[in-house]
Design a protein around this ligand. Structure first.
Ligand SMILES: *Cc1c(COP(=O)(O)O)cnc(C)c1O
Length: 396
């Protein structure tokens, strides 16, 4: 049977302390040992099941990581205080001074800024390409390339990377394929498709409540252990671990992710069709004439739909601004960055979440200054939502 991430999640669920249906929240930063030898053994990773210190692991972060690893079908995972912590830890673990990265030009603004502006401090070079174009990726590879970095569904153009083909290429070259799957949890299982490392901003769909930032790194045990090495592990030494209370909350929210993703997808698909009917071209990979429709269909876990993100072009930033203010006033949702929330969120990508990308590169990625990105909420009456959006659109 084909891998199903939701079933994998159900299977890993188990009772907590005192048979509580949820895991108890860990409330300790440090853990005691019976004797000095036991502590020494734990330091050397030779004490099975013991916890040492919460920057490394604690029962709450361990439990969430186990659930995420099951969902991604990876051997292991680790959880961080934000998506950026997950992304930067992975990059700094894989690359040293003198190394090279091939990355998607169309990535989250923070990821772009880190690679473009921060990595040069460490003499790590990045070539930005269109990762949906395999030839471009291949041509950019160098002898010192250590990783290819892409988002499964990218921000904000919603293009879909061909993970199986990228994986074939990176495996041939013996380099790592790192995939940010933030927009499409459950919809894509990048590790099953051949990615080596999957990263998340759990701030978005996975948690779905916009009450905290959080991140995750899912990979094989060897890589996760290397991140947590006491002597030279990036995550251990930079210290970006997730707090126990948040880990516990996110783990519970994980179990409603399957029904949430279906509803986000259904609502976004509905809006994309209605936009089309009124002659307004929307960017949504669920539309049959979207250039990424087929590759998405071929590689997705179909049950969860084509995702909750959709974009429409208002042509100018000024019109986009008026449109968004009016939608907020009319109760469509909120003019806010971020995504995966239960209410609809919208923002003008070029002037907000992608503003770190220089205008010239925005043009290269086909990003219009009037592009409004929606993270469609769990609205019960999406036709009513559409009619309000239509009214605002016509008014500006
Ligand atoms: C939000 C986001 C990030 C960064 O995550 P934070 O939790 O805000 O640090 C990274 N990648 C994508 C695709 C995102 O949407």
């Amino acid at each position: 049977m084909k891998f199903n991430p939701a079933i994998a999640l159900e299977r890993v669920h188990h009772l907590g302390e005192h048979n509580g249906v949820n895991q108890a929240v860990n409330d300790s930063a440090t853990f005691a040992f019976e004797n000095g030898e036991a502590m020494t053994a734990c330091f050397h990773g030779e004490l099975e099941g013991a916890f040492l210190y919460s920057r490394h692991w604690n029962p709450s972060t361990y439990s969430l990581a186990k659930a995420l690893a099951a969902m991604e079908n990876t051997e292991a995972a680790w959880v961080t205080g934000s998506g950026m912590a997950a992304i930067t830890n992975v990059i700094l673990q894989l690359c040293s001074a003198g190394d090279h990265i091939v990355a998607s030009r169309t990535v989250y603004g923070g990821s772009y800024a880190f690679m473009k502006n921060y990595l040069p401090k460490f003499n790590i070079e990045v070539t930005f390409v269109d990762t949906t174009n395999l030839a471009e990726v291949e041509n950019a590879l160098q002898k010192n390339t250590k990783m290819v970095y892409t988002e499964t569904m990218n921000n904000p153009m919603l293009q879909i990377a061909d993970i199986p083909s990228l994986s074939k290429l990176t495996k041939q070259q013996n380099i790592k394929l790192v995939v940010d799957n933030t927009f499409t949890p459950l919809i894509f299982s990048p590790a099953v498709l051949g990615a080596d490392i999957v990263v998340y901003s759990m701030t978005k769909f996975i948690n779905g409540k916009n009450d905290t930032t959080a991140g995750a790194i899912c990979a094989n045990e060897e890589f996760i252990n290397s991140l947590l090495d006491l002597n030279d592990g990036t995550s251990m030494l930079l210290g970006g671990v997730l707090d126990s209370y948040r880990a516990s909350n996110i783990q519970k929210n994980l179990y409603t992710l399957p029904i949430r993703m279906k509803q986000h997808s259904n609502n976004a698909a509905y809006l994309s069709k209605r936009f089309n009917d009124m002659g307004l071209k929307s960017i949504y990979p669920g539309l049959e004439d979207n250039p990424y429709h087929q590759i998405m269909k071929d590689t997705m876990n179909e049950k969860y739909g084509f995702g909750g993100m959709i974009a429409i072009d208002l042509n100018t930033a000024e019109r986009a601004s008026k449109f968004m203010a009016m939608m907020q006033e009319e109760g469509v949702g909120y003019l806010a960055v971020s995504l995966g929330y239960f209410r609809t969120l919208f923002s003008n990508s070029g002037k907000s979440t992608s503003s770190e990308v220089p205008e010239e590169d925005q043009k290269k990625m086909g990003l219009s200054e009037g592009l409004v990105r929606f993270s469609v909420g769990l609205d019960e009456d999406i036709e009513d939502t559409f009619q309000t959006i239509e009214k605002c659109f016509k008014a500006v």
